[in-house]
Design a protein around this ligand. Structure first.
Ligand code: ADP
Length: 175
């Protein structure tokens, strides 16, 4: 399990298995479940999650909302909605950065010590990994620098090996 700085860690595996304070869900704006990591989280957290999500009345792209983890080993789930990768790269990049920032802000509000992120928007939403990874890493690094007192541990939890390898290459080069 390589560490890239005191606060950044890279892992390969299933985010639903992580016993950390917060795991982040790459949700869709309905918050009512979907495919990919969203489906896996709803499946593993159990039916109470959909009940809790219904009360949140959706989530806009770039924003983040929190629920308990229910049957998951994680205490909380932060649901954030990544941008669908379209022609307007600038807007998509800003929205993707907002997902990471808003998730970190919310985790800090809940006094979280660890937060695990999947590679938001890089699956069904089609964001190219090569563009999404620098946005994720640089946004998180900037947030950590601005919130040194929070001592939040950030885990990049990559499900597939290609995503893991891409993160590893980037982190080895730039962190
Ligand atoms: P999006 O709709 O935001 O693109 P996806 O769930 O389709 O979200 O994909 C985001 C990333 O989550 C992809 O890298 C995908 O491989 C990964 N993923 C899927 N299932 C899991 C899981 N159980 N744990 C961690 N990451 C997962």
């Amino acid at each position: 399990m390589p560490f890239f700085s005191q606060q950044l860690e890279l892992r390969q595996g299933d985010i639903t298995k992580l016993a950390c304070d917060v795991i982040v869900n790459a949700a869709n704006s309905s918050l009512m479940g979907g495919g990919g990591v969203d489906g896996a989280i709803h499946q593993a957290a159990g039916p109470q999650l959909a009940v809790a999500c219904r009360q949140l009345h959706g989530c806009r792209t770039g924003e983040a909302k929190i629920t308990p983890g229910f049957d998951l080993p994680a205490k909380y789930i932060i649901h954030t909605v990544g941008p669908r990768y379209r022609d307007n790269k600038k807007t998509a990049a800003q929205l993707l950065a907002a997902c990471y920032r808003n998730s970190l802000d919310l985790a800090a509000q809940y006094q979280a010590r660890q937060i695990a992120f999947p590679a938001i928007a890089t699956g069904i939403y089609g964001y190219p990994l090569a563009e999404a990874i620098p946005i994720a890493v640089l946004t998180i690094q900037k947030w950590l620098n601005q919130h040194k007192n929070k001592q939040l541990q950030v885990i990049f939890c990559c499900y597939d090996h290609l995503t893991y390898q891409n993160y590893q290459t980037y982190l080895e080069k730039f962190v």
